[in-house]
Design a protein around this ligand. Structure first.
Ligand code: SF4
Ligand code: SF4
Length: 85
Protein backbone atom coordinates (compact mmCIF):
# COMPACT_ATOMS: atom_id res chain seq x y z
CA UNK A 1 0.00 0.00 0.00
CA UNK A 2 1.41 3.39 -0.96
CA UNK A 3 1.37 6.39 1.32
CA UNK A 4 -1.28 9.02 0.69
CA UNK A 5 -0.85 12.72 -0.09
CA UNK A 6 -1.02 13.66 3.59
CA UNK A 7 0.74 12.72 6.80
CA UNK A 8 -0.03 13.38 10.45
CA UNK A 9 1.97 15.87 12.47
CA UNK A 10 1.77 16.54 16.21
CA UNK A 11 2.03 19.66 18.32
CA UNK A 12 4.03 18.31 21.27
CA UNK A 13 2.87 21.18 23.48
CA UNK A 14 -0.78 20.23 23.02
CA UNK A 15 -0.16 16.47 23.30
CA UNK A 16 -1.23 15.27 26.77
CA UNK A 17 1.44 12.56 26.67
CA UNK A 18 1.43 8.82 26.20
CA UNK A 19 0.96 8.06 29.90
CA UNK A 20 -2.08 10.32 30.31
CA UNK A 21 -3.72 9.57 26.98
CA UNK A 22 -2.25 7.35 24.25
CA UNK A 23 -5.49 7.18 22.24
CA UNK A 24 -3.65 7.82 18.98
CA UNK A 25 -1.28 4.90 19.50
CA UNK A 26 -4.21 2.60 20.28
CA UNK A 27 -5.99 3.48 17.02
CA UNK A 28 -3.04 3.62 14.59
CA UNK A 29 -2.88 0.41 12.60
CA UNK A 30 0.41 1.25 10.90
CA UNK A 31 2.76 1.43 13.90
CA UNK A 32 3.42 5.02 12.86
CA UNK A 33 3.35 6.70 16.28
CA UNK A 34 6.31 6.65 18.64
CA UNK A 35 6.89 7.95 22.13
CA UNK A 36 9.56 10.62 22.21
CA UNK A 37 10.07 12.47 25.48
CA UNK A 38 6.67 11.19 26.58
CA UNK A 39 4.82 12.64 23.57
CA UNK A 40 3.17 10.77 20.69
CA UNK A 41 5.11 11.75 17.58
CA UNK A 42 4.78 10.44 14.02
CA UNK A 43 7.37 8.36 12.20
CA UNK A 44 7.81 7.73 8.48
CA UNK A 45 5.32 4.82 8.44
CA UNK A 46 2.36 7.21 8.58
CA UNK A 47 -0.15 6.52 5.80
CA UNK A 48 -2.18 9.67 6.36
CA UNK A 49 -5.41 7.82 7.18
CA UNK A 50 -6.43 10.47 9.74
CA UNK A 51 -7.78 8.08 12.39
CA UNK A 52 -5.49 9.41 15.11
CA UNK A 53 -6.70 12.96 14.47
CA UNK A 54 -10.30 11.97 15.10
CA UNK A 55 -9.35 10.33 18.42
CA UNK A 56 -7.11 13.06 19.86
CA UNK A 57 -8.91 14.81 22.75
CA UNK A 58 -6.63 17.86 22.72
CA UNK A 59 -6.57 18.54 18.96
CA UNK A 60 -2.79 18.09 18.98
CA UNK A 61 -2.72 16.30 15.62
CA UNK A 62 -3.39 17.51 12.09
CA UNK A 63 -2.92 16.17 8.56
CA UNK A 64 -0.46 18.10 6.44
CA UNK A 65 0.52 17.68 2.77
CA UNK A 66 3.35 15.20 2.27
CA UNK A 67 6.14 17.02 0.38
CA UNK A 68 7.38 13.87 -1.36
CA UNK A 69 3.96 13.01 -2.77
CA UNK A 70 3.54 13.49 -6.48
CA UNK A 71 0.34 12.86 -8.36
CA UNK A 72 1.00 10.56 -11.32
CA UNK A 73 -0.76 11.84 -14.38
CA UNK A 74 -1.86 9.26 -16.91
CA UNK A 75 -1.22 9.87 -20.56
CA UNK A 76 -4.58 9.26 -22.17
CA UNK A 77 -3.69 10.87 -25.49
CA UNK A 78 -2.86 7.55 -27.15
CA UNK A 79 -6.19 6.07 -25.98
CA UNK A 80 -8.46 8.74 -27.45
CA UNK A 81 -9.97 7.70 -30.74
CA UNK A 82 -11.27 10.15 -33.30
CA UNK A 83 -15.02 9.80 -33.81
CA UNK A 84 -15.98 8.04 -37.04
CA UNK A 85 -18.45 9.77 -39.36
S1 SF4 B 1 -4.30 11.30 21.21
FE1 SF4 B 1 -3.50 13.42 21.17
S2 SF4 B 1 -3.20 13.97 23.33
FE2 SF4 B 1 -3.42 11.74 23.23
S3 SF4 B 1 -1.31 10.95 23.14
FE3 SF4 B 1 -2.06 11.16 21.04
S4 SF4 B 1 -1.41 13.23 20.35
FE4 SF4 B 1 -1.23 13.15 22.59
S1 SF4 C 1 -2.71 9.34 10.18
FE1 SF4 C 1 -3.15 7.15 10.33
S2 SF4 C 1 -1.21 6.13 9.86
FE2 SF4 C 1 -0.71 8.27 10.34
S3 SF4 C 1 -0.23 8.26 12.51
FE3 SF4 C 1 -2.42 8.74 12.33
S4 SF4 C 1 -3.50 6.76 12.53
FE4 SF4 C 1 -1.31 6.35 12.10
Amino acid sequence: MSQGPYKAVVDPVKCLGINKCGKCIEICGFNAIEEINGKALVNNKCMGCGLCISKCPSKARILTPRPSHRIKLLDWSSKIEEPTR
